[in-house]
Each structure stands twice: as C-alpha cells, then as structure tokens.
Design a protein around this ligand. Structure first.
Ligand SMILES: Cc1cc2nc3c(=O)[nH]c(=O)nc-3n(C[C@H](O)[C@H](O)[C@H](O)COP(=O)(O)O)c2cc1C
Length: 208
C-alpha cells in the first residue's frame, strides 16, 4: 500500500473512531410534552450515529407532539410510553430502564417534569423512571419564557441543581409562542456535547 493511501486509511479510521466514540454506552432519552420534542429526533439520530445504544421513552403528552414511530425508526428499538403495557411490565419492569442506562437525558424537559422530579412524584413511566435513577440526569428544559421565569420553576431548577442534576440550556431565541425569550431548548449538537462530557470519565456499564 502506498504511503498516501495508508495515510488516507488512517485518517478515515480516525474519523470513524471519532464518530463512533459512544459505542458501548447506553443512553436513555426521555421525551416530554414540549413543542421542542421534534428536536429530540435530531439528538437521537446523532447518538445513533455515534453508536450509543439509545432507548427512547415518552410521556403521553409527548406522543401528541411527535409519534413514537419516529424514534422507533431511528433507534430500531421499541419506544416506551406506558408502564402498564403487558410487554413492558413483563420484559422491562418499571425501573429497569434506568438500571441499564449509563446516562438518562430528558429532552425536552417540560416545566411539569422538572416540578415532578423536584417533588419526587412518580405517576407515569418517565417520572417513575427518573425517580429510580441513581446518578445525575441530564436535563434540557424547553418552555415559554414566562413558564421558565416563574418562581416555582426556578425553585425546582435550584433544587434539581443542588441534587447534582446537569442542565443544558435553555437558551434565548425564537419561541413557538411567536416571541423571543429565554426558554428555547438547546440544539441537539449542544446537548450531544453535554452528553459526551457527562460520559467521558465514565466506564460503560456494559464493560464494568
Ligand atoms: C402544543 C403544545 C406545546 C407545549 N409546549 C410546551 C413546552 O415547550 N414546554 C412545557 O413545559 N410545556 C409545554 N406544553 C404544556 C405541556 O404539554 C403540559 O404541561 C403537559 O402537562 C406536560 O406533560 P409531560 O411533562 O408529562 O409531558 C405544551 C402544550 C401544548 C399543547
């Protein structure tokens, strides 16, 4: 093989490794009922491209904004929406989703899920799963500016930060309500970077 061919092969291998650097990690993406739920599809696609084993769970409200079939097609895996479904309780169990995940991400995180997490409420699949997570959860809030700045939400955010949860965003910009303000979910690439940072010193559960 010529020198230039070898260099090109090394370069393409390096770039492949760079792109597959989440191989071995398992990420659980919880999608809640915010208008930014469609952006979660971009995040899930980016995780799959980086070879992270990605599972998606959705709240009932999220399924009204984006179909589970989108995430099913992206991950090639079942999408979990209901802990009372026979297949779910038989195969997975209501706390096992968090057991096997190296990182749990909530994107978008509604004002509602932040409040439920802060209060320890477990009344559906996602809130129950989140209450059973041992380590920090990565939260990407998205909501109208007034919902974000409401003292109730801000107090919930402070509580969750004090418990060690990681926040990415929200950012300022155009909002679905037609106004510009703080509350936009961070872009998938920014959330991906935060996921990479959260995992970089962690050994995947699959090898430990
Ligand atoms: C079209 C539409 C868009 C919504 N977008 C948001 C949002 O961006 N952020 C938010 O906190 N709530 C939003 N809501 C309200 C939530 O869906 C509502 O609070 C719901 O109870 C959240 O449930 P969940 O957290 O279980 O998904 C939206 C509602 C509708 C109808």
């Amino acid at each position: 093989m010529s020198l230039s061919r070898r260099a090109a092969t090394r370069k393409s291998l390096k770039s492949k490794m760079k792109h597959e650097h989440l191989a071995g990690y398992e990420v659980l993406v919880c999608v809640t009922g915010g208008i930014a739920a469609y952006k979660a599809a971009g995040l899930v696609s980016a995780l799959i491209q980086r070879k992270a084993a990605t599972t998606v769970a959705m709240t009932a409200n999220a399924t009204r904004l984006i179909g589970p079939a989108t995430f099913g097609a992206l991950t090639g895996q079942p999408v979990y929406t209901d802990m009372w479904k026979q297949e779910f309780s038989a195969d997975i169990g209501h706390i096992s989703l968090s057991d096997r995940a190296d990182l749990v991400v909530v994107a978008p995180a509604t004002a509602n899920i932040l409040a439920k997490m802060a209060a320890g409420i477990a009344d559906d699949l996602i809130s129950t799963t989140l209450l059973s997570v041992a380590g920090p959860v990565l939260l990407a809030p998205a909501m109208n500016e007034r919902m974000w700045s409401n003292p109730a939400t801000q107090q919930n955010v402070s509580t969750l930060k004090a418990r060690g949860h990681i926040f990415v965003g929200p950012e300022s910009g155009w909002q679905a309500c037609g106004k510009t303000g703080l509350g936009r979910m961070s872009e998938p690439q920014t959330i991906l970077q935060a996921i990479e940072e959260a995992l970089q010193h962690k050994k995947p559960k699959s090898v430990s």
